[in-house]
Design a protein around this ligand. Structure first.
Ligand SMILES: NC(=O)c1ccc[n+]([C@@H]2O[C@H](COP(=O)([O-])OP(=O)(O)OC[C@H]3O[C@@H](n4cnc5c(N)ncnc54)[C@H](O)[C@@H]3O)[C@@H](O)[C@H]2O)c1
Length: 273
């Protein structure tokens, strides 16, 4: 069996940033229309070293599998964080048609996804920033610039910040805070540190409790881990039979930027704790 193999260089030469942007945007739209399907990504974890990710999809006459890694400690060994392959098959015959370098495909896709999101969700004409200037962050800066934006850039490594900003023709931020203050921020770091932990605020999680009275504030244990709903410590005691049902919005503490809306059920809640 003869299958063409496209190296990272071949992928980059064949797909300039703006073509990748158009392809990724079109892919999102087609996926939303149900023309593409994407099965859940499978993580094969080998932490703390890193993980392998298997990402299948079907659409456009093809089935494909991206087998890609994330080993954030690799740059210290002179190895890339992200490596792998994309296997592209014919969806009608099942035949394998091509093998592509996954790092190059990933960088183009990740950059395009960040820029599409910033354009779709951000304020029109608003400021942008990219935090983390490794392989995928640098590609994101190139993509922003190809789309006419001038993102501020930031990296925790001062040498990387200076060298990358110069190479990419981008303006380095004076501080992390300055970068985080941009209207749209694309973060492309290994995610070990929480970048947006500048604010502490409360979201509200909607709960239906069986109780005539609201649980006391003191019975709530607020958990500061992001996205974790604070459990109600005395919940079993509240669930005594024969009592009425009540809706409550229970606050839980998170790190991050405040959302425009909190619990979507807030309006029809009996009580706000
Ligand atoms: N979700 C996705 O679609 C997707 C796609 C590609 C990559 N990734 C992930 O993105 C991350 C970056 O990938 P990469 O290939 O660019 O890695 P990389 O190792 O080439 O670059 C990471 C960069 O982030 C910088 N950095 C680390 N901690 C930082 C911090 N706290 N603040 C600012 N900068 C910081 C490093 O100095 C480095 O320049 C990896 O964890 C990778 O797995 C996710």
């Amino acid at each position: 069996m003869l299958v063409p193999v496209f190296s990272g260089t071949a992928v980059r030469e064949a797909v300039p940033p703006l073509e990748a942007y158009d392809a990724v945007r079109d892919g999102f739209v087609r996926h939303a229309r149900g023309e593409w399907t994407m099965q859940p990504k499978v993580y094969v974890a080998n932490y703390p070293a890193g993980d392998f990710r298997a990402m299948p999809a079907l659409g456009g006459g093809h089935a494909l599998l991206k087998w890609v890694t994330s080993f954030p400690g690799n740059p210290a060994r002179g190895l890339p964080t992200v490596t792998g392959l994309v296997l592209l098959s014919n969806a009608e015959t099942g035949e394998l048609e091509a093998v592509l370098d996954a790092a190059a495909v990933t960088a183009l896709r990740t950059a395009a996804a960040g820029v599409v999101a910033a354009e779709a969700l951000g304020r029109a004409g608003g400021s942008t920033a990219v935090i983390g200037l490794g392989v995928n962050g640098a590609e994101t800066v190139r993509m922003f610039r190809a789309r006419g934006a001038e993102p501020l850039v930031w990296d925790v490594d001062p040498e990387r910040l200076t060298a990358s900003a110069q190479e990419l023709g981008a303006r380095p931020a004076e501080s992390l805070e300055q970068a985080l203050a941009a209207d749209s921020v694309v973060t492309v770091t290994p995610g070990r540190e929480i970048l947006f932990c500048l604010y502490r605020w409360f979201r509200f999680a909607h709960h239906r409790l069986i109780s005539p009275a609201p649980p006391a504030r003191s019975s709530l244990r607020l958990d500061s881990r992001p996205s974790l709903v604070a459990p109600v410590a005395s919940l079993p005691a509240l669930l005594s039979p024969g009592r009425g049902r009540n809706d409550y919005c229970i606050p839980y503490e998170v790190c991050g930027t405040p959302p425009r809306r909190s619990c979507p059920d807030l309006a029809r809640c009996n009580r706000l704790l």
